[in-house]
Design a binder for this molecule. Structure first.
Ligand SMILES: Nc1ncnc2c1ncn2[C@@H]1O[C@H](COP(=O)(O)OP(=O)(O)OP(=O)(O)O)[C@@H](O)[C@H]1O
Length: 341
């Protein structure tokens, strides 16, 4: 059985609406106008034990809303979900003690007290036995290099230090399901890398399943073989990251290196391949060509030029994701089926 099973999950927020000005403010006291915002429009997917799944979508796609429902913070408007066999929004102790939600842009630790004091509070809340608490704390301190940070009040920590402490605190009860919403947001590249490798390590050590949202494709490429993509609240793709590239990348990138002293002009290149030049050095050229045209283009370049090396690559994942999001959300339902599994 999957650890996370989601069926037609939807959430519509009802938000009060009024025009600006005193008159509108007074009118709204007696006649409230509301508007419905459909944040999640009925999504279905499943995540197996031990999987790390990237949950992707542009701003406002409905990722955080979905994770909040799965973490039991929001009631859905439609659909069902079972996480570790529990209905999340019933918030039973058995569930809350086995999952964690980490939001990169929210503080969960107490601001004015040392990190360790917040951790002791978590120890009491989750009823962690003293021996387990000490062992886990030592392990997390080592893995995330927390050292002295534990004795400092949260307000004195840098963003990266705080994030490490937030993550460690969320894992003290050893959750079997981990929802990570932008855990590396705003961090420098080195800190992003450390947090990434920590998530991978935690997943391997404990077999926990992880759902991760991130706008940094490096996180997704490093951690997730599978991605679930939502757009305007609807599921757009569910499958392997490589299948996403195959399906949505309209181009490939060919780079040819030429023999020393030889060059190729724009007109000659245009006559050989149908594509856009994206890079040039005195002895090499990089051209983006439509996918279907790639074998012909490569063949022509090899035949016509003094080529010493030729590589064909997929475009950077960022570019592919942009192309995915450019696709209308109203794709046929079967397009959202899981590929490659
Ligand atoms: N509490 C709320 N009340 C009303 N509308 C909301 C609320 N929270 C989110 N929304 C709306 O629901 C939609 C989905 O928001 P959500 O935060 O789930 O998206 P997201 O994919 O996490 O975006 P981002 O990448 O920007 O964090 C957006 O249109 C947002 O404005």
């Amino acid at each position: 059985m999957a650890d996370i099973e989601v069926q037609d999950l939807g959430k519509t927020y009802v938000v009060p609406e009024r025009d600006g000005g005193v008159r509108a403010a007074l009118t709204s006291l007696v006649r409230r106008r509301t508007r419905q915002v459909r944040a999640v429009a009925g999504v279905s997917f499943a995540v197996d034990r031990g999987e790390v799944v990237g949950f992707l979508g542009p701003n406002g796609a409905g990722k955080t809303t979905t994770l909040k429902m799965l973490a039991g913070l929001l009631h859905p408007t439609t659909g069902t979900a079972a996480v570790l066999g529990h209905t999340p929004w019933l918030r039973d102790r058995g569930y809350l003690g086995r999952m964690a939600l980490v939001m990169g842009n929210r503080n969960q630790l107490q601001w004015d007290i040392p990190v360790l004091d917040s951790y002791r509070l978590y120890q009491a809340i989750f009823r962690i036995a003293p021996a387990d608490f000490s062992r886990r704390l030592a392990e997390l301190t080592e893995l995330l290099e927390l050292g002295d940070l534990l004795r400092k009040p949260v307000r004195n920590l840098s963003l990266g230090e705080r994030m490490k402490c937030e993550i460690a605190g969320s894992l003290l009860h050893y959750p079997a399901v981990l929802f990570l919403d932008e855990p590396t947001i705003g961090l420098d590249v080195a800190m992003q890398r450390r947090i990434r490798s920590f998530i991978a390590e935690y997943n391997q050590r404990t077999g926990a399943c992880v759902m991760l949202t991130s706008h940094y494709m490096a996180d997704v490429e490093a951690l997730c073989r599978r991605v679930v993509v939502i757009h305007r609240g609807s599921l757009l793709f569910d499958g392997e990251l490589s299948a996403l590239v195959d399906r949505f990348a309209a181009h490939k990138v060919i780079t040819v290196a030429l023999e020393e002293g030889s060059t190729i002009g724009d007109a000659q290149l245009a006559a050989l391949v149908e594509g856009t030049v994206t890079g040039r050095t005195p002895t090499s050229v990089t051209v983006q060509v439509p996918r279907a045209h790639t074998p012909t283009a490569a063949g022509r370049l090899l035949a016509a030029l003094p080529v010493v090396d030729l590589t064909i690559e997929d475009p950077p994942i960022e570019g592919v994701i942009e192309e995915v999001f450019a696709t209308p959300a109203e794709e046929p339902a079967e397009e959202a089926g899981r590929d490659g599994r």
